[in-house]
Design a protein around this ligand. Structure first.
Ligand SMILES: *Cc1c(COP(=O)(O)O)cnc(C)c1O
Length: 400
């Protein structure tokens, strides 16, 4: 839990600024707040850090996806292509705007395979949502080129890769917009929270109004002031305490990443000794956030044997092939079409017909990759004792 590892005096100081004014709401209360606008300042700093014109803070990474998709005009009848290795939130948001998620294979980047993406584009495809999973780059240039050819906007789910880049350009800035999560396990955290970045002013204005019940922000962009509403909205507003924590965490992001890089390098050296091991394709090592280290064994059996030995020695790795949160064949509720409402929506349409069926065997290339994949989360703070234990376990694994 990287961001949480470095929570300290800086965060406390920012929070106290808010408690001193007593204004927890991001808008209004001009006199009482005495110039303290933490969420707005966090948005400005985040946009500047990413090198974009606009940033919109929201309540979570899932909300960021929903606000972004809504602003792009995605809704019922549309398809959105994402990847089969991601967190459930990515496709929850697609369903939640009324669209249908279509899953593309991942390749050795552990992110969207551009060739499979192109095969899955139809006349209904309204958006493409690649994910920069496990802290590193999707093949975003190729994905964007394919999307441009078909005139489809790209939303980058950058929830796991804040601070990452490709050839010096921040992840989240390649598509029409990029979304971020600051939940409790992300590299920078506000406990709960999210952000959407864009260079498109109109898109940002729509996000700003949509996330605040549709209130008219036109006379006062980025804040309130109008009397009417242009369209229906919802409430995804971030509160001042989260904005305050976000400011302190953002200031620590580069340092967290550089410490993770150092720890990742030490682990990589030890992992590299395992026979026939290969590493996940990283398109640009400089722009990797080093939040995770991912490696492949030649086949599933070897991966299981190696991980059993690692576990025995106190250094078990994550096997995403059997983890139930991040990989398509393990999403039992998606495959079963489980929903709480009686109509069956979103799996069943208004006409009572099943509108989408997910087959667990539909993505064989990804299944074969996941089967032989092992992953460690890379902490910001790695004690010498823990590193030594991991290295010793990996050395044992290197001998089988
Ligand atoms: C964490 C995460 C989200 C959702 O973020 P929350 O802030 O937890 O709602 C979305 N996509 C990916 C890839 C994530 O890892």
């Amino acid at each position: 839990m990287p961001g949480f590892e470095v929570f300290g005096d800086e965060e406390k100081k920012e929070i106290l600024d808010v408690l001193d004014t007593g204004v927890l709401f991001r808008y209004e209360f001009p006199e009482q707040r005495r110039g303290v606008y933490k969420v707005r300042t966090f948005e400005e700093n985040f946009a500047r850090y990413c090198g974009v014109g606009y940033a919109q803070a929201v309540t979570s990474g899932t909300a960021a996806l929903k606000v972004g998709l809504t602003a792009l005009g995605v809704g019922p009848g549309d398809e959105v292509i994402t990847q089969c290795f991601t967190f459930v939130a990515t496709w929850e948001a697609i369903f939640d705007v009324g669209a249908v998620p279509v899953f593309a294979e991942v390749d050795e980047t552990l992110n969207m395979d551009p060739a499979d993406l192109e095969k899955k584009i139809t006349s209904r495809t309204k958006a493409i949502v690649p994910v920069h999973m496990l802290g590193a780059q999707a093949r975003i240039r190729e994905i964007k080129a394919i999307a441009d050819k078909h005139g489809i906007p790209v939303l980058e789910d950058t929830a796991q890769a804040a601070g990452g880049s490709l050839d010096g350009k921040r992840l989240g800035t390649f598509g029409a917009c990029g979304t971020f999560s600051f939940d409790a396990v992300k590299t920078m955290t506000t406990g709960e929270g999210g952000m959407i970045i864009t260079d498109d002013e109109k898109l940002w204005r729509n996000m700003s109004e949509y996330h605040d019940h549709g209130h008219d922000h036109v006379p006062n962009p980025g804040t309130r002031g109008g009397e009417g509403r242009n369209f229906i909205g919802f409430n995804f507003r971030m509160m001042e305490l989260q904005g305050a924590i976000g400011l302190a965490q953002l200031a620590k992001l580069d340092d967290m990443i550089s410490r993770q890089k150092k720890n990742k390098a030490a682990l990589k050296e030890a992992i590299g000794k395992i026979k026939d091991v290969s590493f996940r394709t990283i398109l640009d090592e400089t722009g990797d956030t080093a939040t995770f280290i991912a490696f492949f064994l030649p086949d599933g059996e070897r991966a299981k044997a190696v991980n059993a030995l690692l576990k025995e020695n106190g250094a078990g790795a994550i096997a995403f092939g059997s983890n139930t949160w991040h990989f398509y064949p393990k999403w039992e509720h998606l495959l079963a079409g489980s929903t709480l409402n009686t109509s069956g929506w979103p799996f069943t349409g208004p006409d009572g017909k099943r509108r989408v069926i997910y087959d667990k065997d539909a993505l064989p290339a990804s299944a074969a990759l996941m089967d032989r994949l092992l992953v460690y989360q890379v902490p910001v703070k790695l004690t010498e004792e823990r590193l030594a234990q991991m290295v010793a376990a990996l050395e044992k694994a290197a001998q089988i």
